[in-house]
Design a protein around this ligand. Structure first.
Ligand code: GRF
Length: 204
C-alpha cells in the first residue's frame, strides 16, 4: 500500500488530529495529512494545523447547521481532491456527511465516535452512557455510511465507568482511548490488510 493521503474534517479542539500527527511523527503511521478543513472559523483544529505547517481552511457550510450538503459539500470534495486526499478522516466534525462525499471517497471516509456503537449514537454519548448506568463506555472508529454513526466498525476500545464519574471525567478518559484508537484504525487502512464483508471488517 502507498502512504495514506489524509484529509481531516473537524469542528473543535483537534486533539484527535493531533494524535494522528504525533503517530506520523513517531513513524507509527504511514500517512501525510494533506489538508484540514473546519466548519468553525476559529476552531482550534485550524491553529493546530497551522502550527504543524499543514494546509488548512475554513469551510463555510451555510445555510445548513447540522449537515454538509449543497455548495459546501461540492467545495469540500473539490478541496480534498485538489489536495490529493485519498482518505477522509472525520475528527470531531459536528455535521452529518451526505452521499456525494461518500461517493467521492468510497469506503474511505472514517469517523470516530465516543461510545461503543451501536449504543449511543449522536451527540454527548458519554453523558448518555453515564445516565443509562453503563459500567463500561468507550470509543468506536468506523467507516462512514449513509446513516448516523452506523458504518462498519474498524476499532473499539473500552473505558470502565467509575462510581464517581462525571460527564467530564468520563469523556476525558474516553479521549485518551480515542487518541490510541484513531492512529490504530488508520494503521489498518494504511497496511491495507482488511476487507469489508457486509457489516464486518475482517483484519489480517
Ligand atoms: C471527540 O470526542 C470525538 O470522538 C467526537 O468529537 C470529539 C472531538 O474532539 N466525535 P477533538 O476535536 O478531536 O479534540
Amino acid at each position: 500500500m502507498s502512504r495514506l493521503k489524509l484529509g481531516v474534517l473537524g469542528s473543535g479542539a483537534g486533539s484527535n488530529m493531533q494524535s494522528i500527527v504525533d503517530a506520523i511523527d513517531r513513524g507509527e503511521l504511514d500517512a501525510d495529512i494533506k489538508l484540514v478543513l473546519a466548519d468553525v472559523p476559529d476552531a482550534k483544529i485550524l491553529d493546530r494545523a497551522r502550527r504543524h505547517g499543514i494546509p488548512c481552511a475554513y469551510l463555510d457550510c451555510a445555510p445548513f447547521r447540522t449537515k454538509l450538503e449543497g455548495p459546501a459539500e461540492d467545495r469540500c470534495i473539490e478541496l480534498l481532491k485538489g489536495a490529493g486526499v485519498d482518505t477522509v478522516v472525520l475528527a470531531g466534525f459536528m455535521r452529518i456527511v451526505k452521499t456525494k462525499l461518500l461517493a467521492a471517497f468510497p469506503e474511505r471516509v472514517i469517523n470516530i465516535h465516543p461510545a461503543l456503537l451501536p449504543a449511543f449514537p449522536g451527540v454527548h454519548s458519554w453523558t448518555q452512557a453515564l445516565d443509562y448506568g453503563c459500567k463500561v463506555a468507550g470509543v468506536t472508529v468506523h467507516f462512514v455510511d449513509a446513516g448516523t454513526d452506523s458504518g462498519p466498525i474498524l476499532v473499539q476500545k473500552c473505558v470502565k465507568v467509575e462510581e464517581n464519574d462525571t460527564p467530564e471525567s468520563l469523556h476525558a478518559r474516553i479521549q485518551v482511548q480515542e487518541h490510541i484508537a484513531y492512529p490504530e484504525a488508520l494503521r489498518i487502512i494504511a497496511r491495507g490488510n482488511y476487507r469489508i464483508e457486509g457489516r464486518r471488517v475482517k483484519i489480517g
